[in-house]
Design a protein around this ligand. Structure first.
Ligand SMILES: Nc1ncnc2c1ncn2[C@@H]1O[C@H](COP(=O)(O)OP(=O)(O)OP(=O)(O)O)[C@@H](O)[C@H]1O
Ligand SMILES: [Mg+2]
Length: 516
């Protein structure tokens, strides 16, 4: 089935069919046995018709051999000959006959029903490489530039930037469904100590691991393409904004207690589920706590904070974190015991969650001399103080080991009407505190990518070695100083980083090699 309204010529068909055959022979991409699903994942987005359409043609005429039971595909001798011969008359004629309907410009699938905010794209007008201007995360998808990724996802306005990449509002072209697209750019500059292919490998692994998490309080990942110069992945769009925005919208920067408790328990259940799948978050912070249209939690970015970690244990163990993530990190995350940070446990997430909850109810991150939750806020039962304390102990042996234990504490500390009973996730049917509608966006010309790259914020880069040096900000030296600032202003930790550890700005790495 055709996927765009752009003209499909015989030359395009031949070129794409040969491109498929050629790519399927690449062992560096697929190994010895080419899995159909893997081949489709790699190729489908780069061709005008679906991979399945081409496969059925190539299989029918013996250019490919498909083993349906094993799910494998193999280029036959006949197929290999097509790669060698530039103009095989029989092949060309078969192709033209097989795809006569598509070549004659037969009607494309019906356009989306009226009322969709965006029309289907005309591929001729695609302008990849331009970045739309920043827009409020909850506004309607705007047509800023006609910018379509892989003929499937229309990229709208930018929502924000983090360590790994840039998040855009997006829309699935044929479904018309709003989505979020995270395009991975910044990490290639910030983590310049890692090879590009290593970053891409880790990214793909992280996205795939995250994509396996299916839970009502976890952002669902829907697609990815890691073969592009700037890989991207697609996830559900959290229309309710993030916790940082929600806190800022509240008087005194704190949530009503019953809301904070529900957000806390929803995060607990999301983490408990993920930990049960052996997945840690390791990057909990308000920007990664998103909300859906009903005001329920959608936790984002599981494992992303570790993409930039150095693989080898030892003294040089940089922790590259975006913006204010440092403030929420467990001591063992910043100063891995024996340099082995692969040994992180669920307790690292529990620690971060303890700090996050304190911030939710007081508007500030806790410091060494901060009052206990019940002292900071009179409506918090004193029974919760002990739970908070056991969530945020520096010593691993003294901290809760599992989210299930935290939940036990929560159910004991808070009244039943707030939490119901263990094993039940309470969800809102209607958002109790929706964020105010964003202002109408003003028109502005698209921004060139290069300019955006230059303007990317620098994240902090913390290395063990750096922590030992005098150059390090005293607030950040030693675990007890890490996340225990009394002043929430300080939570981002101004970390002085030695020049040679600083990420290089504006350096662009080349794209991965095209299929040969
Ligand atoms: N699926 C999504 N739906 C809606 N907004 C999102 C989504 N994912 C991220 N955002 C928002 O986009 C912005 C940028 O997110 P991004 O994850 O790139 O950076 P970050 O969370 O600030 O830092 P980090 O890179 O450390 O995760 C944040 O404001 C975040 O809340
Ligand atoms: Mg994030």
């Amino acid at each position: 089935m055709r996927r765009t309204g752009s003209p499909l010529t015989h030359e395009v068909l031949v070129e794409e069919a040969r491109f498929i055959l050629k790519t399927l022979q690449r062992r560096d991409l697929f190994g010895a046995d080419v899995k159909l699903t893997e081949a489709e994942r790699v190729l489908d987005s780069s061709i005008s018709l679906s991979f399945a359409d081409y496969c059925s043609f190539l299989n029918k005429f013996g250019y490919l051999r498909i083993e349906p039971n094993a799910g494998l595909v193999e280029v036959t001798e006949g197929g290999a000959r097509i790669i060698e011969v530039l103009d095989d008359a029989e092949f060309n004629a078969r192709l033209s006959r097989h795809f006569a309907r598509e070549l004659s410009g037969a009607p494309t699938p019906p356009p989306p029903p009226p009322g969709r905010p965006l029309p289907r794209p005309e591929m001729a007008s695609v302008t990849e490489g331009t970045v739309p201007r920043v827009a409020h995360s909850r506004g309607p998808v705007e047509r800023v530039v006609d910018d379509v990724l892989d003929r499937r996802y229309r990229r709208g306005a930018m929502v924000g930037q983090g360590t790994v990449g840039t998040v855009f509002r997006g829309q699935h072209v044929s479904l018309g469904r709003d989505m979020a697209i995270k395009e991975v750019r910044s990490v290639f500059q910030f983590a310049s100590y890692l090879r590009r292919d290593e970053i891409v490998r880790r990214l793909r692994q992280t996205v795939e691991t995250h994509a396996r998490l299916v839970h009502p309080n976890i952002v669902q990942i829907l697609d990815q393409n890691s073969e592009r110069e700037y890989p991207y992945f697609v996830m559900e769009f959290a229309v309710g904004g993030n916790l940082r925005e929600r806190l800022s919208a509240e008087k005194e920067g704190r949530l009503p207690l019953s809301q904070a408790i529900r957000v806390l328990t929803q995060i607990c259940y999301a983490l408990d589920y993920a930990h049960g799948q052996d997945v840690l978050h390791v990057g909990l912070k308000p920007e990664n706590v998103l909300f859906d249209g009903q005001g329920n939690v959608k936790l984002a970015d599981f494992g992303f904070a570790r993409i930039t970690d150095r693989a080898e244990p030892g003294s040089q163990t940089p922790v590259l974190v975006g913006g204010n993530a440092v403030g929420y990190m467990a001591p063992e995350r910043l100063q891995p015991v024996g340099g082995d940070e692969t040994a992180l446990t669920p307790a690292a997430d529990i620690y971060a969650l303890g700090l996050l909850f304190y911030e939710m109810i007081t508007g500030k991150l806790p410091g060494r001399r901060s009052p206990l939750p019940s002292q900071a806020r009179k409506d918090v039962p004193s029974a919760f103080d002990d739970v908070f304390d056991r969530m945020t102990r520096d010593e691993l042996e003294e901290r809760y080991k599992s989210v299930s234990e935290v939940l036990d504490g929560i159910y004991k500390a808070f009244p039943g009407k707030e939490v119901f009973s263990k094993g039940t996730i309470l969800m809102w049917a209607e958002d109790p505190s929706p964020l105010p509608a964003p202002p109408a966006p003003a028109e502005a010309p698209p921004v060139e990518v290069e300019e955006v790259v230059e303007e990317l914020p620098e994240p902090e880069l913390v290395a063990e070695e750096a922590l030992e040096e005098e150059a390090v900000h005293p607030e950040m030296r030693g675990r007890s100083l890490v996340a225990r600032s009394d002043d929430s202003e300080e939570k981002t930790g101004e970390i002085a980083v030695p020049e040679d550890l600083r990420p290089t700005k504006g350096k662009r790495k080349g794209p991965p090699p095209p299929p040969r």
